[in-house]
Design a protein around this ligand. Structure first.
Ligand SMILES: *Cc1c(COP(=O)(O)O)cnc(C)c1O
Length: 391
């Protein structure tokens, strides 16, 4: 049976070239930059209405019209998305910003928001005939790929840095993936995936190197608006590695405005990175269009240990268009603010999620955020897989 998808074509985010959306694609063949999925939004708007949404399933597939999957049998789901948006009242009072909210992505399958992207990427890869899937990952993406590949029954090859914490390795192996530990960083893992693509025809589901992980992560933007009664907050703080969530939400806001679901008001988007790996912060401060790779990247926040991002120009564009900013915080701050978030909310955050709180406090002190503004922090994962950090 067909879905209500209104997917029309793919468009390069850099050179604007357009492509048929109904075959497997990685980067733009013309300029090697990320491809973006485009929809017939006028048609989508006829059925994607607040009233219709009220009776739809409590997962990300509720936004079917603006998702790429064409056939119902190809929707590979473990219940991803529609995570709670929690008004963190005690935390907000403690830091002097009462309208602080946490979008708690730790409740996704596999304990992180990587489930959103990989659900869509695996569904589409399966639908378009990929036979084996491969990914370079700092940890959470590998777990999510392993889960969705297992759900549909496709082989998954995951490449992670050798020092990735044990829970991530165990998770992937238990879910049946083939796991290779690489001496080096996620960029070195990416090189190993490319070898397998050449040699064995694997399909590469690296972040932003195929168009659909972005479509999964953009649903955070749809949920944010729907959960806030079709308004958006003043500020969104997002822990940025490859930037898929930030770029995805920015795309979602644009789509929603075109469909008449929201107006033109946008949140100021904030990227937070670790001071041990902050290529986007540096590029933002320099006013650059692209980011130079970060040398000697190190941080306990595995999801932020991304020295170079293929979507760098899309991240920087969203930050500037939104009048946002980019800040770095130390690993010690992440660990300390994880405790503060935990004690005041009941959420045990990943260090990446805690980084958002550290950034919020820094921006409140600088006066960049006003105490009466509405601020949404993204807790992108559960602290459980990183529990050794606080032990
Ligand atoms: C991957 C990851 C990030 C970074 O996400 P991007 O969309 O790649 O920027 C942040 N937090 C956690 C827990 C992650 O796993």
């Amino acid at each position: 049976m067909k879905t209500a998808s209104t997917l029309t074509h793919l468009e390069c985010g850099h050179c604007g070239a357009t492509y048929d959306a109904h075959r497997l694609m990685n980067l733009c063949p013309a300029c090697s930059k990320p491809l973006l999925a485009r929809y017939d939004l006028a048609r989508a708007a006829q059925t994607l209405t607040p009233q219709a949404l009220a009776s739809r399933p409590a997962n990300l597939w509720r936004y079917e019209e603006v998702l790429p999957v064409q056939r119902r049998e190809a929707m590979i789901t473990l219940g991803e998305g529609w995570t709670p948006l929690i008004h963190a009242q005690r935390l907000g009072q403690a830091i002097g910003c009462p309208n602080t909210y946490i979008k708690d992505e730790s409740l996704n399958p596999t304990g992180s928001f990587k489930a959103r992207g990989l659900s869509l990427a695996v569904s589409r890869a399966f639908e378009l005939g990929a036979r084996e899937l491969a990914i370079p990952s700092a940890g959470n993406a590998a777990g999510a790929l392993s889960a969705y590949a297992a759900a549909v029954g496709l082989p998954a090859h995951v490449f992670m840095p050798r020092d990735v914490p044990t829970p991530f390795q165990v998770e992937c192996r238990t879910l049946g993936a083939s796991v290779t530990l690489v001496d080096g960083l996620i960029t070195d893992c990416g090189a190993r995936v490319r070898e397998g693509v050449e040699a064995h025809g694997w399909f590469d589901v690296s972040t932003l190197k195929e168009p659909y992980r972005l479509e999964g992560k953009k649903t955070m933007g749809y949920e944010l608006a729907e959960q806030m009664g079709w308004t958006l907050p003043d500020v969104v703080i997002y822990p940025t590695g490859g930037g898929t969530g930030l770029v995805g939400m920015w795309k979602a806001f644009d789509e929603m405005e075109q469909m008449g679901l929201i107006g033109s008001k946008r949140p100021r988007m904030v990227t937070v990175q670790s001071s041990g790996c902050a290529p986007m912060v540096r590029a933002f401060q320099q006013g650059a269009e692209f980011a130079e790779p970060w040398q000697g990247a190190h941080t306990v926040a595995d999801g932020l240990r991304v020295p170079a991002a293929v979507g760098d120009f899309l991240i920087l564009r969203a930050l500037r268009e939104s009048h946002g900013t980019a800040v770095a915080v130390t690993d010690d701050e992440m660990l300390a603010y994880a405790r503060q978030m935990g004690r005041h909310t009941g959420i045990f955050p990943a260090p990446e999620g805690a980084a958002c709180l550290a950034a919020q406090v820094q921006l409140l002190e600088q006066g960049w955020i006003q105490p009466d503004e509405t601020v949404v922090l993204f807790n992108t994962g559960s602290g459980l897989k990183y529990a050794h950090l606080w032990a």
